[in-house]
Design a binder for this molecule. Structure first.
Ligand code: PMP
Length: 376
């Protein structure tokens, strides 16, 4: 058996993107800054990718900055924006942000900026009233994800975007592909990553509203209007544009199909004694659980032995046995936070796969319990 249910970590390439990559690596390898014809052709392709992405988001072409992924886009948004503000300025992030935003925010406190953490409720949704209460006169940035990567909870971006405000709003929209990227009205920055959309790892972008200035993280070249130096990764940009277009084109169909598969899976998992499902208002691609008396690690090993790839939450922290920060922030105990099992579905997930995993999970949970449950 070989079943992949870890789309929130990364996704297999969509066929359209694989085809594009194969074609491009044969033909379109020029340096977009070169003045000869290979360079000119690369430049045309690069700017075409930028235009397509801008069109999909409803942005201007100058507002798209290509990056190596969303870790860089989040770092650029938080560090780049705050470093342009007077020392002592204040920022707010939620308690369930991805480490690439969370640790950037923490790093800023060592540079003399002030940080507050907005709490979430038991379903992993940011408490807007509490967040508003944290805003100060010198708040320069609020950074919030659109959809949480560990439990799939949908965040109140629309509410914050609609608010009259002095501070800037950054949205990490990496997991918002299935739900739909938020409308940019009232949003100042937005991060995206190709590999959660059926594109390759190592490609992403930051939307930055026209007129805003960022201190660059990379210097040493005029690329991206001096905001991100380094030879333009033309093929990565084309792949991001393609992955986004296919995601947008198939969204309605995939929302229906993936919701049905998720419901089918959850109906089975819900029957397991001691099963607790996390989150309420969620994106359909993520289903997160814990099973009383079972830690995630031994369970993941049992899944893996069956050829099933699932995760214990954020892949970026899954090599550690730390309890999930996200689940802890939702008010669960450290013991429960150690048990987080995340199953995430995507464009190539089939009914047969979901059926097999639905059938096997109960058996594996029982096996893990018999083996001692929490030992890893
Ligand atoms: N933000 C979120 C919500 C994510 O899920 C991820 C990927 N784990 C990232 C940021 C980082 O994206 P990338 O892998 O492109 O650096």
């Amino acid at each position: 058996m070989n079943i992949y249910l870890d789309y929130a970590a990364t996704s297999p390439l969509r066929p359209e993107v694989r085809e594009l990559l194969q074609r491009c690596y044969g033909q379109d390898w020029g340096n977009a800054s070169s003045l000869h014809r290979a360079g000119h052709s690369a430049r045309m392709h690069f700017e075409d990718a930028r235009e397509r992405i801008a069109r999909l988001l409803g942005a201007k072409v100058e507002e798209i900055i290509f990056t190596s992924g969303a870790t860089e886009a989040n770092n650029l948004a938080l560090l780049g924006w705050m470093r342009e503000q007077p020392k002592g300025s204040h920022l707010i992030v939620s308690s369930i942000e991805h480490p690439s935003a969370w640790e950037a925010a923490e790093a800023l406190t060592y540079e003399g900026y002030q940080l507050d953490i907005a709490p979430v409720d038991v379903h992993g949704r940011v408490d807007v009233a509490a967040l508003r209460g944290l805003v100060r006169d010198n708040t320069a940035l609020v950074s919030l994800m659109g959809v949480n990567n560990e439990v799939g909870s949908i965040q109140p971006i629309g509410e914050l975007a609609a608010e009259p405000k002095k501070w800037k709003l950054h949205v990490d929209a990496v997991q918002s592909g299935l739900l739909g990227w938020p409308a940019l009205n009232g949003i100042d920055m937005l991060s995206l990553s190709a590999h959660k959309l059926g594109g390759p790892v190592g490609s992403g972008c930051l939307f930055l509203r026209q007129g805003l200035r960022l201190a660059p993280l990379m210097v040493g070249g005029a690329q991206e209007d001096h905001r991100r130096a380094g030879t333009s990764n033309v093929i990565a940009a084309l792949a991001l544009a393609e992955a986004m277009e296919v995601t947008a084109r198939r969204r309605a169909e995939e929302q229906t199909r993936i919701s049905e598969l998720r419901n089918q899976l959850e109906a089975e998992l819900g029957k397991i004694p001691g099963a607790v499902r996390l989150g309420e208002e969620r994106s359909a691609h993520i289903s997160s659980w814990f099973f009383e008396g079972v830690h995630a690690e031994p369970l993941l090993v049992l899944f893996d032995l069956e050829g099933i790839s699932v995760s214990s939450g954020s892949a970026c922290s899954s090599h550690s046995i730390e309890p999930s920060r996200v689940v802890s922030a939702m008010g669960y105990s450290p013991e429960q936070a150690r048990g987080l099992l995340r199953l995430s579905l995507g464009h190539a997930t089939t009914e047969k796969e979901v059926e097999s995993v639905g059938r096997l999970t109960g058996v594996l949970v029982e096996k893990a319990r018999r083996q001692g449950g929490t030992e890893s």
